[in-house]
Design a protein around this ligand. Structure first.
Ligand code: B12
Ligand code: SF4
Length: 487
């Protein structure tokens, strides 16, 4: 739903894996099914006749689609080696293999630039299931290993086609880049930190500069979970950007306390082209922030918004709606959102594999349909009747959005919107009228009534036992990794 309206960004992880596989001597193609249709995929495998196909499965909601495609691929190309990897695949490898039957040969857990060329070498060999991070129906190798350096395997952007389709808001077209990997915080609803064992690694300023210099698009989305945690790293990349004369407009995601602490760094990047940021606000009250283990106060959130306004940065922020919300609670968020100039998004609190709440949430799930685990649907019991909950959710989002959609917003975006149109880029302008057709209470309610063919495995909530965070990790925590203060 998100990528139907607000943005569509390139599959950076897949491009990095593709770069590693290509460097090992293979002929590689990428097909992004956010842009292409399934028919295009089937034509492509007939035409290219690959020996191996890897599916990138970052989002849980895409599991059924990937399983069906893997099965159809197996039917058409029985001898092809078919595998999957990515963020969500890494947390649910055995259950994916169960659903897939013979359609998937293995799942590759964790970051995969290093291991995928070795997986391809081991095709047809019993050593396959002894490789780090590899899980097959017959066994699993040791846990995945972290890359020694982020500087290698710069994304093979030349392999992604129809790049004009990638955009985020008015940054149209827009490429993506990664300056750091991992997150040292530990919010209870998030799996970004559990994937990398709460580690945090940086690309060298030279490699980051080289990667940014290779980008053709005028705009760049920085995919880092929390951008510019360490000010010296942010300045070093900035100086590299200046030295190379790179001129782009940037969009990034960061935390409120990081913006407060590194205000001058963000001001410097504003001069380099930073215009937009996602700020992880998540909740307005102290109690909810504590439950999310956000480690910031409501006051810090407001202070960060103030700083962003002073720096003239356009901010989008997210609030997590709990299924227990009633009309009054939605109304309170609406009232607040209408008083601030920022773009406010709502997501729905969703425990999913890899998050701490998957194990600690005491409420029962109302569904195990993977497709509904997209943080836009309620998978926990709602206090309001379900359809009424969606009416409140959509109505709240629509009221808030009114100030950011339509011609007034296009006029507000000014030169950037006009430049995009002059370049023939219409993603942004089209998005302005799409909201009502995508976010719709009947549609969201109807999504719960569909036939369910693949179900997420059962949850084993912790009752009395204390959670050991390491149990959640895909990558084990590195022994002596320096961890920035998390406040
Ligand atoms: C950038 C990002 C986005 C971008 C989209 C990027 C894209 N086109 O894929 C935007 C902003 C659009 C976005 C949106 C959303 N996102 Co997001 N996003 C991220 C983020 C911060 C980084 C992903 C990234 O690019 N990392 C850098 C690359 C290099 O790493 P990577 O993709 O993980 O790839 C590595 C491995 O996964 C693996 N790998 C990847 N592909 C493949 C393929 C094969 C064959 C193999 C072997 C290995 C492999 O190797 C790669 C290299 O090491 C992650 C958090 C995280 N740290 O992972 C959340 C995350 C993936 N997003 C999340 C969510 C919830 C969403 C939204 C649903 C949020 C919303 N408000 O609606 C939407 C849905 C978007 C959609 N497409 O439907 C959740 C996923 C939850 C889940 N389990 O499903 C995450 C984990 C964040 C979180 N807080 O928990 N997101
Ligand atoms: S700070 Fe952001 S990326 Fe890090 S754990 Fe919290 S929500 Fe996830």
């Amino acid at each position: 739903m998100y990528s139907e309206v607000y943005l569509r960004l390139e599959p950076l992880g897949l491009e990095r894996v593709a770069a590693a596989v290509r460097a090992a001597g293979h002929d590689v193609r990428i097909l992004d099914l956010q842009i292409f249709r399934q028919d295009d995929y089937l034509r492509e495998i007939d035409d290219f006749a690959p020996d191996a196909i890897g599916f990138s499965l970052n989002y849980l909601a895409n599991v059924p689609e990937v399983l069906d495609l893997a099965k159809e691929t197996r039917r058409r190309r029985p001898r092809c080696f078919i595998f999957a990897g990515g963020h969500s695949a890494s947390f649910i490898a055995p259950e994916l293999l169960d659903h897939a039957g013979v359609a998937l040969d293995c799942v590759v857990r964790g970051e995969a630039e290093g291991i995928t060329p070795r997986v391809l070498e081991a095709v047809g060999d019993h050593r396959l299931e002894t490789l780090p991070g590899v899980v097959t129906r017959h066994g699993a190798g040791p846990g995945p290993t972290l890359l020694e350096s982020l500087d290698h395997h710069l994304p093979a952007r030349d392999l992604s086609r129809r790049r004009r389709k990638y955009f985020i808001g008015v940054l149209d077209p827009c490429a993506s880049a990664e300056l750091t990997r991992g997150c040292p915080w530990d919010c209870s609803f998030c799996s970004a930190w559990t994937f990398y064992g709460r580690s945090y690694r940086k690309a060298s300023p030279e490699a980051a500069g080289e990667d940014l210099a290779r980008i053709r698009e005028p705009n760049v989305f920085l995919v880092d979970d929390v951008a510019f945690i360490q000010a010296d790293h942010g300045y070093a990349i900035g100086r590299e950007v200046e030295r190379r004369g790179i001129r782009k407009q940037y969009y990034l995601e960061t935390r409120c306390d990081v913006l407060i602490k590194n205000r001058e760094l963000f001001a410097y990047w504003k001069r380099l082209g930073l215009h937009y940021m996602f700020l992880g606000v998540e909740a307005l009250d102290e109690e909810a922030l504590r439950l999310h283990r956000k480690r910031v106060t409501p006051n810090e959130n407001l202070q960060a918004l103030e700083i962003a306004r002073e720096l003239d940065l356009t901010v989008a922020l997210n609030i997590i709606a709990d299924p227990s919300w009633d009309e009054q609670r939605f109304a309170a968020v609406r009232d607040w959102a209408l008083t601030v100039p920022e773009i406010v998004h709502l997501t729905v609190a969703t425990p999913y594999p890899g998050t701490e709440t998957w194990l600690t949430e005491p409420r029962q799930l109302t569904t195990h349909d993977y497709r509904l685990f997209d943080v836009q649907h309620a998978v926990l019991p709602t206090k309001l009747p379900l359809h009424r909950f969606y009416e409140e959710l959509v109505n709240t989002q629509a009221v808030i959005n009114r100030k950011h959609l339509g011609w007034a917003a296009v006029r507000g975006a000014g030169a950037l919107a006009i430049q995009a149109l002059l370049r023939g880029q219409t993603n942004y302008v089209r998005m302005m009228w799409k909201f009502a057709s995508v976010y719709n209470a009947d549609r969201q309610f109807g999504d719960h009534q569909r036939e369910v063919r693949y179900e997420l495995g059962p949850r084993r909530p912790l009752i009395a036992a204390k959670l050991r965070k390491g149990e959640l990790f895909v990558h084990a925590a590195p022994a002596a990794a320096p961890r920035p203060a998390t406040g």
